[in-house]
Design a protein around this ligand. Structure first.
Ligand SMILES: [Zn+2]
Length: 695
């Protein structure tokens, strides 16, 4: 996941402290690389800093709008690109903190900020004088002698104004502003409710009977979690994916699996103050209304305007093309798991909380490999080193840890990125789960690469939720965890290697269904013998992964792919169908979910990867865009096959093209053109079906 997810966190946050004079958020940052002076920032600094930054930005915008000169690209679009620097800097510090290390004080500021941001943005993007300038430029864009990058920047601004209602009559404009304000409040509430539900649940395991089936590494992580959650000496499971998934995979206690699984899939739907269902219904109604005001048929049509897919019909076509084979495969898998239940003497029908457990057993029996077996070889530090190494071999960049830089939490690590001895940017890694952190994994940052205001180097972060190893033990990752690390690191590289002029097309600011290409493509290198063979070393013996285990892992790669594809695809279909609804007033999201799933023949034993009440993606930038992962996967499967066909996964020529057209190009070119420039043609779905073993 990437992009504008607002997130929380910080260090040295004394509650009192003199603000105003010496507010580090408002001062010039004289830290190395002008990174945020995390060690001096206190929570009390945020509100006064935001007050000032909003005011400065309002003045900047007014000056651009009232410029007496004829509008030009430089005095309007470039001026807009330069404006809001202060506001952007402070927002980045605040929202990264809010995502990674929040508390009640930060949450309260976050709730108050949401409508302020919405109002501010509307004031800018509904400003009639300013829109007149942008619109005039847009109307004669063909005659302005713009570069492709400049033309795309202009298009983006024009679209942002139009989508905010700048071209509408006054009453509709007012309604658009009200909708934006309300949506911002609802999105914040949704996310905070979800965190509250996750913090509220902990499954404490008492004694050996409760631990039945759990391998050593899962026990170690659970012991650590228990200590953190105030149950020292015991074991505990939380609703963080890295805690609950291994539990569901290995726990022999069917009753406890059911209990944990039920809590997991009920996040956001538990009634009471933290229930998200009414929030979702209201959000959908507002989005549908906003789309109609703008002349779009539905919210999905509006959202897909700037994408490769372009229309809901094109998205549906791809999803359904894969759905059939995926569902058929899941059916075969189900039969096999049911047999495993019977073989064990179980006299019950496979349920959703049994799937992962029996899949693990069948996998072990069939391929002689289990997830726990690879874990001792996947030390976090080595997987990080592997991700760095691949970047070095493909793109010539190096990473060196800097312990002298201020970070926002003691667990955060900072690395300087260089190429040919020159500074490229900073990469921060925040790897461990903690209860003050939102769940999931994402890439974000504090500063984007750009050249408009002089060569500006990026500062990006990867945030993960790995279960930390027990005291004195290294943190060991599952294969999925390692894949997630590579995925988010692919996004990080997209930000770090960016080489564009304008901030609004920098790094990951690309079409939404293109943004997962650099991340998903990067995952392919993890499992290569050239990578895993070198970096996966047993944490006790230092021995490399036995080649036989590698071969067995490779053979098992597509195992359970029916399940994985179905749980993802169903969520993508639900997201799309939610956003093509015409009438959404009083929508019963549970009934809608059930009806949609019945309509596509969802297997009873599989639950959506994200059920609607905790589907964080659809609250933010991935609304009607969850399909993007699959859309990008069509490309990543096809793109990696280019390296395989070259017979060298580090082929220098291909790596160069990949760098120039994809990783460094940001949104400066049309996504389809960028792909063709790299690959020579557009991909088809075939490579994806092969990759997932569905044909
Ligand atoms: Zn991603």
């Amino acid at each position: 996941m990437t992009g504008g997810r607002s997130k929380r966190g910080a260090k040295a946050r004394k509650k009192t402290g003199q603000v105003g004079v010496g507010n580090p958020l408002l001062a010039e940052w004289t830290t190395p690389f002008a990174m945020p002076p995390f060690d001096r920032i206190e929570i009390a600094h945020f509100v006064p800093a935001f007050d000032k930054a909003f005011a400065i930005n309002r003045r900047e915008i007014a000056a651009i709008a009232r410029n007496p000169e004829v509008p030009t690209f430089a005095n309007t679009i470039e001026a807009l690109e330069r404006a809001g620097d202060q506001l952007q800097r402070i927002s980045a510090v605040f929202f990264n903190l809010a995502g990674t290390d929040t508390n009640e004080e930060i949450q309260a500021i976050e709730r108050a900020l949401a409508p302020r941001f919405a109002r501010h943005s509307m004031r800018v993007y509904q400003d009639a004088t300013l829109f007149a300038r942008v619109d005039a430029l847009h109307a004669k864009r063909g005659r302005l002698r713009l570069s492709e990058e400049q033309r795309r920047v202009l298009e983006r601004y024009h679209r942002a104004f139009v989508k905010s209602g700048a071209g509408l009559e006054p009453r509709a404009k007012k309604r658009m502003a009200a909708i934006a304000a309300r949506l911002s409040v609802l999105a914040t509430r949704f996310s905070q409710n979800l965190l509250a539900d996750e913090q509220a649940f902990v499954l404490v395991l008492e004694g050996e009977a409760d631990l039945a089936g759990l391998p050593r590494s899962v026990r170690a992580a659970a012991a650590r979690t228990a200590a953190e959650r105030g149950h020292p000496g015991k074991h505990a499971i939380t609703l963080a994916r890295s805690s609950i998934e291994p539990f569901l995979q290995f726990s022999a206690r069917r009753d406890l699996r059911e209990k944990a699984f039920t809590a997991w899939i009920m996040r956001g739907a538990n009634g009471g103050k933290t229930d998200n269902r009414k929030i979702v219904a209201e959000v959908l109604a507002l989005r549908a209304e906003r789309a109609r005001l703008l002349g779009f048929k539905t919210a999905a049509h509006a959202a897909l305007e700037f994408s490769m897919a372009k229309t809901p019909a094109a998205v549906r076509r791809l999803l359904m093309e894969v759905w059939g084979p995926a569902r058929a495969r899941a059916g075969e898998e189900r039969e096999e798991l049911q047999k495993a239940v019977q073989a064990e003497g179980g006299n019950f029908e496979l349920a959703a909380w049994d799937w992962r457990y029996y899949a693990e057993k069948v996998r072990k029996a069939r391929f002689d490999v289990d997830d726990g077996e690879i874990k001792p070889y996947l030390q976090l530090d080595n997987v990080i080193a592997a991700a760095f190494d691949v970047a070095g071999r493909l793109f010539g960049v190096t990473f060196s840890e800097r312990k002298d830089l201020p970070v926002y939490h003691p667990e955060v690590r900072a690395f300087e990125v260089k190429r040919d001895g020159a500074h490229v940017g900073l990469f921060l890694g925040d790897y461990f789960a903690r209860s003050s952190k939102h769940s999931g994994a994402w890439m974000s940052g504090w500063r984007k690469q750009e050249k408009l205001r002089g060569a500006t180097t990026p500062i990006v972060v990867n945030v993960m939720n790995f279960a930390k190893g027990a005291a004195g033990e290294p943190t060991l990752l599952s294969l999925d965890d390692a894949r997630t690390l590579f995925h988010e690191f692919g996004h990080a590289l997209h930000g770090l290697l960016s080489n564009v002029t304008y901030p609004s097309v920098s790094g990951t600011s690309v079409e939404r269904d293109f943004v997962e290409l650099p991340s998903q493509l990067y995952e392919h290198w993890l499992l290569r013998p050239e990578v895993l063979g070198r970096f996966a070393r047993h944490y006790k013996t230092g021995k490399p992964v036995p080649p036989a285990l590698m071969r067995r892992l490779e053979a098992a790669r597509n195992f359970n792919q029916g399940f994985k594809t179905v749980e993802y695809l169903a969520a993508a279909i639900v997201d799309l169908e939610l956003h093509v609804l015409g009438e959404t007033r009083g929508l019963d999201v549970d009934a809608f979910e059930a009806k949609t799933l019945a309509g596509i023949g969802m297997p009873r034993e599989i639950v959506l990867r994200h059920r609607i009440p905790h589907f964080q993606h659809i609250m933010g930038g991935y609304a009607s865009g969850y399909y993007s992962y699959l859309w990008s996967e069509v490309m990543d499967a096809d793109a990696f096959s280019a390296f395989e066909q070259a017979g060298n996964v580090f082929d220098a020529k291909l790596a160069r093209r990949l760098h120039d057209h994809i990783y460094s190009a940001g949104g400066s070119h049309d996504a389809a053109d960028a792909y063709v420039a790299f690959r020579g043609r557009l991909p088809d779905t075939r490579a994806l079906l092969e990759k997932r073993g569905l044909v």
